[in-house]
Design a binder for this molecule. Structure first.
Ligand SMILES: C[S@@+](CC[C@H](N)C(=O)[O-])C[C@H]1O[C@@H](n2cnc3c(N)ncnc32)[C@H](O)[C@@H]1O
Length: 341
């Protein structure tokens, strides 16, 4: 691990990130994941010289440039993006950066990838489930790192590490890490204001800010129920301090995604980012983006979230890194779920 960390550190230091991210008009290409998440994912991928790496989500070409260095000498990168404008742009940048071992391809990397044998697979967009096509083209022993959903709710996400066994049906997951990404899309998109997966009701407030809510119980109801809940959140919702200072909302989010209690909810709160917690038709209580508490409507909602938080404390306040991943075969891929050990 120390060796992998050192190799990633050296490769990152060699790449001029602003050159990849700067657009002609001076703006920056939007990156969903912060540098700490990108670094951690590259370290956990355990890339070595000579490896053949498949990357899904070329974007600016920055991570392809880092990978290009990590596999030298002898290795090569195949990087795929849904957006032909991005692959064309990245091709030029990588060429002028001397990265001759990178092949760029345009397409939906969750459905198709160029025929080859890959030692490593890394995705920077979240598929609905880990697609078979990645596992089939990976060699026995290959490592795969990808963002995934831990529950069928928007933003209920983590990054998983997988290892392929001797045959493609032998896949094992050994690690979960925190990390939020946009969802893989079937076509290019200029903006990602709304998650493309797991949103149950969506609206904008008077200032045009986006609010959405995701909860499995909503799926059994008329759309009007979700819209009324959003109205309640916009008109009646308020933020307050989390009752126990120092507790990390992200850890409670992770625990709830693993425990999957009835009523588990994720929601976007206008300009205030997003939160996770509990909802029922007449109330919501969420751990908000700044480790705060967001409540609207019936006090029973806040009482339920408080009960969940007490259970979480009793179990030692586990966060994402304490959870264990489990794989479930589903359709043409693998669902990843988490359990509290
Ligand atoms: C977070 S960005 C990638 C950032 C990139 N690694 C970098 O260094 O700039 C995610 C990328 O995934 C692409 N994408 C979205 N859906 C996709 C899909 N189905 N297949 C391949 N790429 C996809 C987007 O166009 C976007 O460029």
């Amino acid at each position: 691990m120390t060796q992998a960390r050192e190799a990633v550190r050296r490769a990152l230091a060699c790449v001029d990130e602003p050159a990849y991210l700067a657009l002609d008009d001076g703006a920056r290409l939007p990156q969903t994941a912060g540098p700490a998440v990108v670094t951690r994912m590259l370290e956990r991928l355990e890339v070595e010289p000579g490896h053949r790496v498949l990357e899904i989500g070329t974007g600016s070409g920055f991570t392809a440039a880092v990978l290009s260095r990590l596999v030298r000498p002898g290795g090569h990168i195949t990087s795929i993006d849904i957006d032909a404008r991005l692959t064309a742009r990245a091709a030029k940048l990588l060429d002028s950066d001397g990265c001759r071992n990178v092949r760029l391809v345009t397409g939906d990397g969750t459905r198709w990838v160029p025929d080859s044998r890959y030692d490593r697979v890394i995705a920077w967009v979240a598929p609905v489930r880990v697609p078979d096509v990645w596992v089939r083209q990976a060699v026995p022993g290959a490592v795969l790192v990808s963002p995934v959903h831990l529950a069928p709710l928007a933003r209920a996400m983590a990054v998983v590490r997988l290892r392929r066994g001797p045959t493609p049906d032998r896949l094992a997951a050994d690690l979960l890490m925190p990390g939020g990404f946009s969802e893989a899309r079937p076509e290019p998109h200029d903006h990602w204001p709304v998650p493309s997966y797991g949103v149950d009701a969506l609206t904008r407030d008077a200032a045009g800010r986006m609010w959405w809510v995701a909860a499995e119980w909503l799926r059994a109801h008329e759309p009007a129920v979700g819209m009324r809940l959003l109205e309640l959140m916009i008109t009646d919702g308020w933020h307050t301090a989390w009752p126990v200072p120092g507790e990390r909302g992200a850890d409670l989010h992770a625990y709830l995604m693993a425990a999957r209690p009835d009523g588990l909810t994720t929601a976007a709160l206008g300009a205030q980012g997003w939160g996770a917690g509990y909802s029922q038709p007449d109330g919501v209580a969420l751990v908000g983006p700044a480790d705060d508490l967001f409540v609207a409507g019936a006090p029973a909602a806040a009482e339920r979230l408080d009960r969940w938080a007490r259970e979480w404390r009793e179990r030692g306040r586990p966060g994402m890194a304490d959870l264990e991943p489990r794989l479930h075969r589903r359709g043409s891929g693998w669902d990843v779920r988490a359990v509290v050990p």
